[in-house]
Design a protein around this ligand. Structure first.
Ligand code: NAD
Ligand code: TYD
Length: 335
């Protein structure tokens, strides 16, 4: 592989994947194609080697634009998505445009250009919630919120494209991801940056009922790369952190690392349709040689320290579009 397109490469995991790919493969050229929605940020790519990186601003829902970017590339890795469950509950039009129509455009462009490999980054949320045990790739999709339903829709079109046209599609389904450069609407950066400002953290429904599996962002990037290079077309691969935590346990650890106590917790009304627990089994990807490397204690300590040391990165975000969103999302929800 000499040249790849990374759509959504200015976002959280996409930018980590761009950095990972450039440092792992010295002969690789990466084209980042990104719409720069509220979640996209070129600051996330400030350290990349510009001689091996090209940036194009564009929308995957625009067929001509994505077709143009993919010309001459061996592979495409799609991170571009609307990604926040709470925002999808406020309105899901953009989710359907990007996560469904955008994915279809990528598949059609790959067919027209004979692109060698197409990797779609998806989520463990497409399975829905599981009370006990862990989902494997053959379990049915049962998405329960507009975000996960739109991701499931994109997946179904991709698998049908593979079946019908032989498009060389691989899908990864990752767990909740954490680390540097995550937009502060998601629980970890939201809580860390609120605490840095001596504000409370809005915990849904007491927190003890909900469980997420936490995957460090560089481990997610290497898992996606393993599936891209060693996976088989038409196959799906779970990418798990094997690191499940109840939200209240996660919150208490963040409070401790930030020098606060539980008086900084503001319990708020629950998210409608809130999935209880996500859990996936990544044995299939382990068989291709991948394993997560980051230890949980080190990962969360480094992540808290990164946000504390990089206020210059998140302050403009929190003072910008985020401010109105936060007011709208959390107003009058105290319980
Ligand atoms: P993010 O919200 O941080 O970034 C998304 C990026 O996509 C942004 O740079 C944005 O500008 C870009 N984008 C959005 N719509 C676009 C469009 N129409 N055309 C081009 N670019 C567009 O997202 P993330 O957390 O980095 O997630 C990346 C991918 O990983 C998504 O597909 C998501 O579903 C998946 N995923 C995320 C997690 C997680 O915990 N964050 C877990 C599993 C899977
Ligand atoms: P989030 O980071 O939004 O990821 P996802 O919904 O995709 O799993 O949320 C992670 C968990 O944290 C989820 O159970 C909801 C909870 N949560 C809160 O308690 N308060 C918040 O302000 C947010 C954003 C999330």
């Amino acid at each position: 592989m000499k040249k790849i397109v990374v759509t959504g490469g200015a976002g959280f995991i996409g930018s980590a994947f761009v950095r990972y790919s450039l440092r792992t493969y010295p002969d690789l050229h990466v084209v980042t194609f990104d719409k720069l929605t509220y979640a996209g940020n070129l600051e996330n790519l400030r350290d990349v080697d510009e001689s091996r990186h090209t940036y194009i601003q564009g929308d995957i829902a625009d067929y001509d634009a994505i077709h143009g970017a993919m010309e001459g590339c061996d592979a495409i890795v799609n991170f571009a998505a609307d990604t926040h469950v709470d925002r999808s509950i406020l309105g899901a039009t953009d989710f359907i445009s990007t996560n469904v129509t955008g994915v279809y455009n990528i598949l059609e462009a790959a067919k027209a250009l004979n692109t060698e490999r197409v990797l779609l980054v998806s989520t463990d949320e497409i399975y829905g919630s599981i009370a006990e045990g862990s989902f494997v790739e053959t379990d049915p999709q049962e998405p329960k919120n507009p975000y996960s339903a739109s991701k499931a829709g994109g997946e179904l079109i991709a698998l049908a494209h593979h079946n019908t046209f032989g498009t060389p599609v691989m899908i990864t389904r990752g767990s909740n991801t954490y680390g540097p450069y995550q937009y502060p609407e998601k629980i970890m950066p939201l809580f860390i940056t609120n605490l840095a400002d001596d504000e409370k953290v809005p915990l849904y429904s007491g927190g003890e009922n909900n469980v997420r599996d936490w995957l460090y962002v560089d481990d997610h990037a290497s898992g996606i790369d393993t599936a891209l290079r060693h996976g088989s077309p038409g196959e799906v691969y779970n990418v798990a952190g094997d690191n499940e935590r109840e939200n209240i346990v996660l919150t208490n650890r963040i409070l401790e690392l930030c020098g606060k106590d539980d008086s900084s917790i503001q319990l708020v009304k629950d998210r409608p349709g809130h999935d209880f627990r996500y859990s996936i089994d990544a044995s299939k990807l382990h068989a291709l040689g991948w394993k997560p490397q980051m230890d949980w204690d080190k990962g969360i300590e480094e992540t808290v320290a990164w946000y504390q040391d990089n206020e210059a990165w998140w302050r403009p975000i929190k003072n910008g579009e985020f401010k109105e969103y936060y007011k709208r999302q959390y107003a009058n929800r105290e319980v």
